[in-house]
Ligand binder design. Structure first.
Ligand SMILES: C[S@@+](CC[C@H](N)C(=O)[O-])C[C@H]1O[C@@H](n2cnc3c(N)ncnc32)[C@H](O)[C@@H]1O
Length: 314
């Protein structure tokens, strides 16, 4: 059993896991300047989820600015902020929140390094526009001298056996044996009902998404902060890779689930989807119901007979 007293409720730089119950602004004011190596969060999107009150967009932005300013203050000089957002939807039209928030970050002198597209397969089916199947992670840094470790997050090459065919390196393998850069398009399943990490939270992070950010943008023992912690996914990703984690959650039921999941992670019994596990493909897995009956030959005959019958009767 790992020591459950590792989790404390107020910020203390000498500790490892801080789970704050309440408003993130109250947590942030207790964190000293230049402390946090990575701030990663998915703030409320102002779309009327059960944990948020839908505000006028201007008021929502004002609220976000307060939190972002504090996050920039506590951010380490070699640190990063990853703000993960989707769309604000109003009467069926969309406003991508990253476009609205971009000037907030740049006015605070942050530099955008990547606008990562997170693509997933599951979500609402729209009837008057194409169904939304991506959100963005906007990665900003405080300075030009920032932590970025590519090797721990490399992914397998498409053709690992490929060799240089001419020049001084002819015959040698042409790709990096540690894998390739994962690029700025990330295909990672979102946490819906059949995902092993699913809790009652309507939009929790898949832990593997945060693991990639933690591994690339921090070093061991660095602090990772999530001001809108939900059910604790960010702290779980931090613990997995020996970083320190701090977060705030205002809703008691999510806070309790976060505490439970973090304890399970400390005890090595939390189930999470492993990083880089291939995306499940029901066809490759040999599942039935993956072909349309109306396209198969035997059924089309059946339909013709039925059609004829109908015609005859008519
Ligand atoms: C989009 S969810 C984040 C979910 C999280 N990424 C996870 O993996 O569970 C936003 C969360 O912020 C919480 N929240 C909203 N306003 C807050 C505030 N002022 N301080 C702390 N938490 C807040 C909500 O209750 C909600 O759980």
């Amino acid at each position: 059993m790992r020591d459950e007293n590792k989790i404390i409720g107020t910020f203390n730089e000498a500790k490892e896991i801080v789970l704050f119950y309440g408003n993130c602004l109250d947590l942030l004011k207790t964190i000293p300047d230049d402390t946090i190596k990575l701030v990663v969060t998915s703030p409320p999107y102002n779309i009327g989820k059960e944990y948020e009150k839908k505000l006028k967009l201007e008021n929502y932005i004002i609220q976000q600015v307060r939190v972002i300013k504090e996050c920039v203050r506590v951010l380490h000089k070699h640190g990063s902020i990853c703000w993960q957002v989707g769309n604000y939807v109003n009467n069926g039209y969309i406003i991508p929140l990253d476009t609205v928030l971009y000037p907030v970050f740049t006015d605070l002198n942050l530099k955008l390094r990547n606008r990562i597209i997170w693509h997933f397969e599951h979500g609402l089916h729209c009837s008057k526009r194409f169904s939304g199947r991506y959100e963005t992670i906007n990665w900003f840094t405080k300075s030009n001298d920032y932590t970025f470790n590519l090797d721990p997050v490399r992914v397998p090459q498409k053709y690992p056996g490929k060799k240089h065919f001419k020049g001084p390196k002819a015959g040698q393998y042409s790709s990096n044996p540690l894998g390739k850069n994962p690029s700025d398009l990330w295909i990672i399943p979102n946490v819906k009902n059949n995902h092993i990490e699913k809790t009652i939270h309507p939009c929790q992070f898949p832990v593997e998404l945060i693991e990639r950010l933690v591994l690339s943008m921090t070093d061991k023992n660095d602090w990772v902060l999530d001001p809108f912690l939900g059910v604790g996914s960010t702290i779980i990703a931090a613990i997995k890779h020996k970083r320190k984690g701090v977060g705030a959650e205002i809703k008691p039921s999510y806070f309790e689930i976060a505490k439970d999941r973090i304890n399970k992670e400390l005890n090595g019994i939390l189930r999470t989807r492993p990083m880089n596990q291939p995306i499940y493909d029901p066809k490759n897995a040999g599942k039935s119901l993956t072909s349309s009956p109306w396209n198969s030959k035997s059924n089309s005959k059946q339909l013709i007979i039925l059609d004829k019958k109908t015609k005859y009767r008519g």
